[in-house]
Design a protein around this ligand. Structure first.
Ligand SMILES: [Zn+2]
Length: 191
């Protein structure tokens, strides 16, 4: 038995410590990604655990955000990584204000290896509950605003491929011959 397995077995035996888990990310053909996720009635420990798992899975991918239905839970919960590496864990998030527009490359952890051009609001204000159930409002612009919009779309069963400015912009990262283009694609919001 490896040391890691021993540790996990020991932790389970104690029955106290909850392990944060990197969960498998479902891909675009899974029907749950096309469902409208349900509102969370109460922010309890199971929701906090879900936020922890989402954050861990997003960081391991790595990605800029992750929605609960991408790991098979049809609840309105998502995580987004900010510019300063801050991680927002959001429950029942909604866009309450938006301004301007931006067009740029975007990827999705449920569409690994693909990027396409998507138009988004430049700035958004998102209203949500945090992991303690407290109401928060977050103003984001640029890359982070794009990540918020991508994750909120997931919660409505919408994928970035539904929003491409042009189907012809969808391409495989590995097929990009231009190094600069490939770099930009890797840096694209992927959540
Ligand atoms: Zn996505």
């Amino acid at each position: 038995m490896t040391d890691i397995l021993k540790t996990i077995k020991g932790t389970q035996a104690m029955g106290k410590i909850q392990l944060v888990a990197v969960r498998p990310i479902l891909t675009f053909d899974h029907p749950i990604l096309r469902e409208k996720a349900k509102k969370v009635a109460r922010v309890d420990m199971s929701i906090q655990r879900l936020i922890d798992d989402l954050a861990e899975t997003m960081l391991a991918a790595p990605g800029a955000g992750l929605a609960a239905n991408q790991i098979g839970v049809a609840l309105r919960v998502c995580v987004v990584k900010g510019d300063d590496n801050q991680i927002w864990g959001l429950v029942n998030p909604e866009i309450v204000k938006f301004e301007g527009s931006q067009v740029g490359p975007e990827g999705c952890l449920s569409y690994p290896g693909w990027v396409g051009e998507v138009e988004r609001h430049e700035t958004v204000v998102v209203k949500a509950r945090n992991r303690r159930g407290k109401e928060v409002r977050i103003k984001a612009s640029g890359f982070t605003a794009r990540a918020f919009q991508h994750e909120l779309d997931h919660l409505d069963g919408v994928l970035f491929t539904d929003r491409l400015t042009n189907l012809g912009t969808l391409q495989r990262v590995e097929d990009m011959v231009n190094a600069e283009e490939r770099e930009e694609a890797v840096a694209a919001a992927s959540g």
